[in-house]
Design a protein. Structure first.
Ligand SMILES: [Zn+2]
Length: 386
């Protein structure tokens, strides 16, 4: 099976500018038309604004569980990056295909479309399905609506393959993520009289200190999963903003921070510990000025993925894609949501490397696309035989 058509499809997909903040409807319309021309119907699940859509398509019998291939259509921005090649068109050079999203993850989507078209010509015993989402790059936001629809469907897939770039190696896990924001309210004043009021930056520092102490505790005493490079749950402050001038006691400070949890840890328990700390810090500050406080809100979260390697679905994938080592990934995917919402076993396996993702001159090796085409062709063979 040659990768010629996958490459042609990838050229079309790369030409669609689907940076997360923009509409993905042109790409979705393209996919719908392409599949429709081969007799494959698609269902769209729109966002509230009507400018973005998820797409679900299926080929083969409708009344039995199948395999769903999952990919996100959005890509990260290119602004501020030193691209030497045009980001929104395909450039093929030295065995590589360059373009924004080539690795993350339009390369996989191209191979998946090719596979669906091939499968539509065959008599499958189990369906091959495609789930395309929007707004993945901002916290797996869009796919949730699609999962609501799939949750209500009479038949669910027996396996979900998320095609995030793993160099076609098999992965069964990733950490969950909880993004948090805190607004610290103090009271402004002349810096010469700083002790008479509450400095919002100082409140922020107290909260950062709590985050760091919690990390130290988790590191020393928390659960561990040796399959990860960092084998425990992590906490991290990514942004700390506040202050106007040196001689003004700042009245406001904003923090963005996160928890990335392994499966053994419940992120809500950690959020609760931080909330208790927030209340203690606020109470102390209110003894000085009554309006002083920290407000902490959860901005976004997605669950981790922890598919058991003893799952039949993992053995099924291994039967046509033997791997000596099964990985856990440092980055998150929509797989955790597929698993949590639908109860469907999920593996992550896709062409290209996460090392090339989100960078200038992002690329995928043509050989990786060929491997993915071959992988999906073997999957189709299984769906004919099952
Ligand atoms: Zn991705």
């Amino acid at each position: 099976m040659s990768g010629t058509r996958s490459l042609a499809l990838l050229a079309d997909l790369l030409g669609q500018r689907t940076v997360t903040r923009e509409s993905n409807l042109a790409l979705i319309a393209y996919v719908r038309e392409l599949l429709g021309a081969h007799g494959i119907a698609s269902t769209l699940v729109m966002d509230d604004t009507g400018t973005k859509a998820n797409l679900f398509a299926s080929t083969g019998p409708e009344d039995v569980p199948g395999v769903v291939l999952s990919g996100h259509t959005d890509v990260v921005p290119v602004e501020g990056q030193a691209w030497t090649l045009p980001p929104f068109e395909l450039t093929q050079r030295d065995g590589r295909v360059y373009g924004r999203g080539s690795a993350d993850m339009k390369g996989f989507i191209a191979c998946a479309l090719h596979a669906l078209i091939e499968a539509s010509k065959l008599r499958l015993k189990r369906p091959l399905q495609l789930a395309l989402s929007y707004d993945e790059e901002i916290g797996c936001v869009g796919v949730r609506r699609l999962l609501d629809v799939l949750h209500a469907a009479p038949v669910r897939p027996f396996l979900c393959i998320v095609g995030e770039p793993t160099l076609m190696r098999l992965a069964t896990g990733h950490k969950g993520k909880t993004a948090l924001h805190a607004t610290c309210h103090g009271r402004e004043g002349h810096s010469a009289q700083a002790p008479l009021t509450v400095n919002a930056l100082h409140l922020g520092c107290d909260l950062v200190s709590e985050v760091r102490q919690l990390q130290a505790r988790v590191t020393a005493q928390g659960a561990r999963d040796g399959a990860y490079d960092v084998p425990y749950t992590t906490l991290h402050v990514g942004k700390f903003n506040g202050g106007v001038a040196l001689n003004i006691v700042p009245n406001r400070c904003d923090l963005d921070f996160e928890i990335r949890n392994i499966a053994q840890d419940d992120p809500q328990a950690l959020v609760d510990l931080l909330q208790t700390a927030v209340e203690r810090i606020s109470a102390q500050a209110q003894a000085v000025v009554p309006e002083a406080r920290i407000e902490m809100v959860e901005v976004n979260s997605y669950p981790g993925l922890d598919t058991s390697v003893t799952e039949d679905a993992v053995a099924f994938v291994q039967s046509f894609h033997p791997q000596t080592e099964v990985l856990k990934l440092a980055f998150g995917t929509e797989g955790g949501l597929f698993s949590a919402r639908l109860g469907v076993p999920v593996v992550v396996c896709g062409p290209g490397s996460i090392t090339q993702a989100h960078k200038p001159d992002e690329y995928v090796e043509v050989e990786q696309l060929a491997q993915c085409d071959a992988f999906l062709a073997r999957l189709i063979g299984q769906l004919q035989a099952l």
